[in-house]
Design a protein around this ligand. Structure first.
Ligand SMILES: [Zn+2]
Length: 298
């Protein structure tokens, strides 16, 4: 991939938003279940486990392994083969020390990136292992999304029950209707993620002026903050492997609506995308974890 591993999910989502804004016709998702091969889905050659989340969109069906795993098993990657970057989730327990000196354990979702190769089409010397085997069920994306919400560090109060979703900076509180009021889990989580992205702007978190200064409805800062929230929500929906098609058209229409207030300034999109990425990294505790955790592929 042309972009660095760390940025590719963010870039993919923002590229897709841009593309849809200009054409509104291209389908977003790879039809992975129709892609032929021996499998209905992409699985790890090492463990037989299916790839979860956004990897289901990135990978065609088949068996995959890293360069290292392929070499260690005595196979080799074909000359010129280009790997695919995948995201690997793990819930890591960490010990944190509170201000008063007490210690407690928190569980945080951790993202790591790998480049994998298709065993059947991109390597030599290895046999497929899982053909015809029992298909292991994927973790449901809505469960991953629920974990993301549950495990967000320093999160606002989330109150269910009201009709309109909103975030109040003064109360540091998200209000949202109960999940059963939404057409599908994707719509619910997209709406909740939107409000959680707003909450990252609170003075106690990223201190984003477009939230912390409490701008009035319809002003430029207010419009910019709406872009940040909706782009961030789209990124989180994609990272959890939820069905993008159910929310993307709405999100693009919403972004276009607020862009009009900003006279369709393309720089507003670039800035909002960068801030959305920062917000998502905060919600997922990505920066806190990237340097101090060593984990293996399986
Ligand atoms: Zn909003």
């Amino acid at each position: 991939m042309a972009v660095s591993d760390k940025d590719f999910v963010f870039k993919m989502v923002s590229d897709e938003i841009q593309r849809r804004m200009s054409t509104n016709t291209l389908p977003w998702r790879k039809p992975w279940s129709l892609s032929g091969g021996s499998h209905q889905q992409a699985v790890s050659w090492v463990s037989g486990k299916p790839y979860n989340g956004i990897n289901r969109i990135l990978l065609d069906a088949g068996e995959y392994a890293t360069f290292k795993a392929i070499s260690q098993a005595g196979g080799r990657v074909n000359k010129g083969a280009k790997g695919t970057t995948v995201v690997y989730w793990k819930i890591i327990p960490r010990t944190v020390t509170e201000e008063d000196g007490t210690q407690r354990t928190v569980r945080t979702p951790y993202l790591r990136y790998y480049t994998v190769f298709n065993i059947e089409t991109q390597t030599t010397g290895l046999e497929l292992r899982w053909t015809g085997g029992e298909v292991v069920r994927n973790v449901r994306p809505s469960l991953i999304a629920a974990d993301v919400v549950r495990l967000m560090a320093n999160k606002p109060t989330i109150q269910h029950g009201r009709g309109d979703a909103d975030y109040s900076p003064s109360l540091d509180r998200v209000q949202i209707a109960s999940p059963s009021n939404f057409r599908n889990p994707e719509s619910y989580h997209s709406t909740l993620f939107h409000q959680l992205v707003h909450s990252t702007g609170h003075a106690a978190r990223l201190n984003r002026p477009t939230v912390a200064d409490n701008p009035a409805f319809g002003t430029d800062p207010y419009s910019r903050e709406e872009l940040v929230a909706e782009i961030g929500a789209s990124m989180l929906v994609a990272m959890c492997g939820m069905d993008f098609r159910r929310t993307m058209d709405n999100s693009v229409a919403y972004i276009q609506h607020w862009l009009q207030y900003l006279r369709n300034d393309p720089r507003a999109m670039v800035l909002a995308t960068a801030q959305a990425e920062k917000a998502v990294r905060y919600i997922l505790s990505m920066d806190a974890l990237e340097d101090d955790v060593e984990i293996s592929e399986d």
